[in-house]
Design a protein around this ligand. Structure first.
Ligand SMILES: [Zn+2]
Length: 170
């Protein structure tokens, strides 16, 4: 089942998301551009993974260049999720939302849970993951399945493992 956060995304933006969630690895750069969000890869303080803020009429995601590529991808998805779900929170603070490596921002924890769930859905759409598991691995999840899917979706093994565990429970 897709995350309930996905159902909360505004219709026009959901339509944009849908265009990108049918093919892996999810093209996050293009997705952000279509949503009107700029991405800047920059050196950020130790312990900071990313940030989203509003600069005039432009929303800007900054992602820490010192972190691993898969990690940067998840951070971009996490910040996009804030953009899609928590724009009022971003707008209400001049620095927007700044996330630590644990995706804590000092904002209510609930919004971080929501952003993490939607981010996981964006980089690993459940229907797409399910299809791959069935078609390539006959529904059997082993270490090899996890490694292979993590590399196809360009996510960390840990992230894919969590995703697959929700699949089995479902
Ligand atoms: Zn966050």
């Amino acid at each position: 089942m897709a995350s309930k956060e996905l159902a909360r995304v505004a219709k026009a933006e959901k339509a944009i998301l849908d265009r990108y969630m049918s093919d892996y690895p999810i093209k996050l750069g293009q997705l952000a551009r279509d949503l009107g969000v700029a991405i800047k890869v920059s050196s950020m303080g130790t312990g900071i993974s990313g940030q989203i803020s509003r600069e005039g009429n432009q929303y800007v995601i900054r992602v820490n260049r010192n972190e691993a590529r898969e990690r940067q991808r998840f951070t971009i998805a996490h910040e996009l999720a804030h953009y899609l779900l928590h724009r009022n929170v971003i707008d209400s603070s001049p620095e927007g939302i700044t996330d630590t490596v644990l995706y804590r921002s000092g904002k209510p924890e609930q919004i971080e849970f929501e952003a993490n769930r939607l981010a996981a859905e964006i980089v690993m759409p459940i229907s797409l993951v399910e299809k791959e598991v069935q078609q390539r691995f006959r529904g059997v999840v082993t270490e090899t399945t996890i490694e292979s899917l993590a590399s196809r979706f360009e996510v960390s093994k840990a992230a894919m493992e969590i995703k697959l565990s929700t699949l089995i429970e479902a």
